[in-house]
Design a binder for this molecule. Structure first.
Ligand code: ZN
Ligand code: ZN
Length: 411
C-alpha cells in the first residue's frame, strides 16, 4: 500500500461529515474540534464546508503531548480549572447559528498511567465548565455531528499485533466501512440507512413500552422508560430546523429511561474507555433507579469518582438498542472508543438525558423533563451491555411482554 489511509475514502468521509452529518447550510459558521493528528481530515472538512457555503470554519485543535505535559509538569492545585471561557464562547456561537463538528480520535489510553485523582478532578472541572455548550448540544439547539479519525495511537491499541502502517490501514478501513463511505454513493447509502433506523424507532414508539427487561450472563435489569418518551435514531431535526446525523457512524435506536425506575443488576459487555482510562468488567446494581453497588476489575477508582460527580451521575439518562450484527460489530474489533463501541452493542448511559427523547421535548422546560422521569447531570457516559447473548423484552403499560431482541438480534 502507498498510504495507510485511502485519500479518496478520506475525502468522502469529509463530504459525508459536511453533507450528511451536519447538513451544513449556506451562510452557517462551523466550529470544529479535532486532535492535531487529524489535520488531513480537518482540511477536507474545511474544503467541503466552504463548498457548501460556510461563512467561516473555526478549527480548535488538541494535542495528546500537550495534555500529558499538564499531568507531568502542571501545578498540583491547577487540576480543578477548565477553559470555561472557551465553552461559553461555543455556546454563544451556537446561539448565533454556528454548527458544531467534533473529530474523535487521539489515544484512548492517554491518561491510563496518570494519577486517577488528577484525572478525575480535571474531568469534573471540564464537565462543569462545558455545561453551557453541552446543554445546547443535548437539546439540539443547532446541527452537530461527530466523525472519527484513524489516529495512529488509537490504531495501535485496536491492532497490537500489526505494524504501524497495517494497524492504521485496518482502523481507517473499519471507520470508512462503518461510516458507509465505501459505498459508490455514500449520501444515498445514508438516506437508506436512516429510513431503516426510523422504521425501528416508529415500531418502538407505537408500543410505548413502560419498561425494557434485559437478561443475559450477569444481567437481569429492568429499565423503566420515562413518561411520554420518544425513540430517536439516525437523523435528527435540530431546533434550528436543520436535519443532521449527530453520529457518524450510528446504528442505535435510543430513548430516555425513568431515573427512578431502574432495578436489578447489569454487567458491561465491553471495556469502557473514559477520558484516557480503561474501565473493565463493570458490574452494578440499581435500586430505585440509583446505582447502589459498583465494581470493575480495572479502573474501579475512576468509576467511583465518576459516580460521585453529582446526584444524577448514579442514574440513567439513556437506553439504546443496537443489533449485535452491524458493520461495526462485524469488523470484530474492539475500538476502545465510545462512538464505535456504543454502535456495536446495546447500551445505557449514566447521567444527562436527551430532552429531545420526549414527544414535544424540544420546547419542554427542565422541570417538566424531570417530572416525567428525565435525569440531569454534568456527565453523559455510555457503556455497553449488549452482546449476542442478551435477550430484551418490552413490558407494556398493561404488564404483558413483547420480544424486542433475541440473542442480540431484533425479534
Ligand atoms: Zn447512545
Ligand atoms: Zn449516549
Amino acid at each position: 500500500m502507498t498510504t495507510p489511509i485511502d485519500p479518496q475514502k478520506l475525502d468522502r468521509l469529509a463530504e459525508v461529515a459536511v453533507r450528511v452529518g451536519l447538513n451544513l447550510q449556506p451562510g452557517q459558521e462551523l466550529i470544529l474540534t479535532a486532535p492535531v493528528t487529524a489535520l488531513p481530515l480537518v482540511r477536507g472538512i474545511a474544503e467541503h464546508a466552504y463548498r457548501a457555503g460556510a461563512a467561516l470554519v473555526t478549527p480548535i485543535l488538541s494535542d495528546d503531548q500537550v495534555t500529558l505535559a499538564r499531568y507531568r509538569h502542571g501545578t498540583e492545585t491547577a487540576f480543578d480549572s477548565a477553559a470555561g471561557w472557551l465553552f461559553d464562547g461555543m455556546a454563544e456561537a451556537y446561539d448565533r447559528g454556528a454548527a458544531r463538528l467534533a473529530v474523535s480520535g487521539g489515544d484512548p489510553m492517554l491518561l491510563s498511567g496518570e494519577d486517577p485523582d488528577k484525572v478525575a478532578r480535571a474531568n469534573k472541572a471540564m464537565a462543569l465548565a462545558y455545561t453551557p455548550a453541552r446543554e445546547r448540544i443535548t437539546r439540539f439547539a443547532t446541527n452537530w455531528t461527530i466523525v472519527a479519525w484513524p489516529d495512529l495511537a488509537w490504531a495501535r491499541l485496536v491492532s497490537p499485533d500489526l505494524d504501524d502502517e497495517a494497524a492504521q490501514h485496518r482502523l481507517a478501513e473499519a471507520i470508512f466501512a462503518a461510516s458507509r463511505v465505501d459505498h459508490e454513493d455514500p449520501v444515498a447509502a445514508w438516506a437508506a440507512h436512516n429510513a431503516e433506523l426510523r422504521r425501528r424507532a416508529r415500531w418502538l414508539d407505537d408500543h410505548a413500552f413502560a419498561a425494557l427487561h434485559f437478561t443475559g450472563p450477569g444481567t437481569d435489569l429492568t429499565v423503566g422508560l420515562a413518561e411520554g418518551h420518544h425513540w430517536l435514531a439516525g437523523a435528527t431535526v435540530a431546533q434550528n430546523g436543520i436535519t443532521c446525523n449527530p453520529n457518524i457512524p450510528t446504528e442505535e435506536v435510543f430513548t430516555t429511561p425513568h431515573r427512578l425506575r431502574v432495578e436489578g443488576t447489569v454487567r458491561a459487555t465491553k471495556p469502557l474507555s473514559h477520558q484516557g482510562t480503561l474501565i473493565e468488567n463493570i458490574a452494578v446494581r440499581f435500586e430505585g433507579g440509583r446505582i447502589t453497588e459498583a465494581h470493575a476489575t480495572r479502573g474501579e477508582a475512576v468509576l467511583r469518582k465518576v459516580l460521585d460527580t453529582d446526584e444524577g451521575a448514579r442514574r440513567l439518562g439513556e437506553v439504546a438498542l443496537v443489533p449485535h450484527a452491524s458493520p461495526i460489530s462485524d469488523s470484530g474489533l474492539l475500538f476502545y472508543n465510545t462512538l464505535f463501541d456504543e454502535n456495536a452493542a446495546s447500551h445505557i448511559a449514566l447521567g444527562q438525558c436527551y430532552a429531545t427523547c420526549f414527544h414535544g421535548g424540544d420546547t419542554m422546560p427542565a422541570d417538566e423533563v424531570a417530572r416525567r422521569g428525565g435525569n440531569a447531570s454534568a456527565i453523559h457516559i455510555d457503556w455497553m451491555i449488549g452482546s449476542g447473548q442478551i435477550d430484551i423484552d418490552g413490558i407494556t403499560q398493561e404488564g404483558s411482554r413483547v420480544p424486542v431482541m433475541r440473542q442480540g438480534a431484533w425479534a
